[in-house]
Design a protein around this ligand. Sequence first.
Ligand SMILES: [Zn+2]
Ligand SMILES: [Zn+2]
Length: 137
Amino acid sequence: MSHHGSCLCGGIKFEMSKAPAAVVNCHCSICRDSHGATFATQGIFPAESFSVKEGEDKITEYESSTDFFRVFCKSCGSHVVNYPRNRMFYSVAVNYLEEKIQPEMHIWVGSKAEWYNINDSLPQDEKMDKLMAKLQG
Ligand SMILES: [Zn+2]
Ligand SMILES: [Zn+2]
């Protein structure tokens, strides 16, 4: 099943041709700051499945940590996707997708906002070891 997304202004449209390998709520401080949110719900897609359909010229990137890039829309500021330099995966903000998909675990729980209590029964990963184990199959 493919997935489709667009940013707040609609200028950037993108598509993933495959299902995500994992869907996570990321509580790391960089996701929290770049999204301005308590945590970021991200679909981890195989890199080759991701393509920009429209608005390549609206894309700007920020290297938020060494070899890790965050992709924003120049017009509306939506933080639509991030990826490591080796393009092992594309991590897409689920909020921008047309198809609804559910998170399956929390990652970087050790860095979560201290005023927020996780109150669901999804597995919690102190960092992202469980996620990496899953991605590496
Ligand atoms: Zn936009
Ligand atoms: Zn994060």
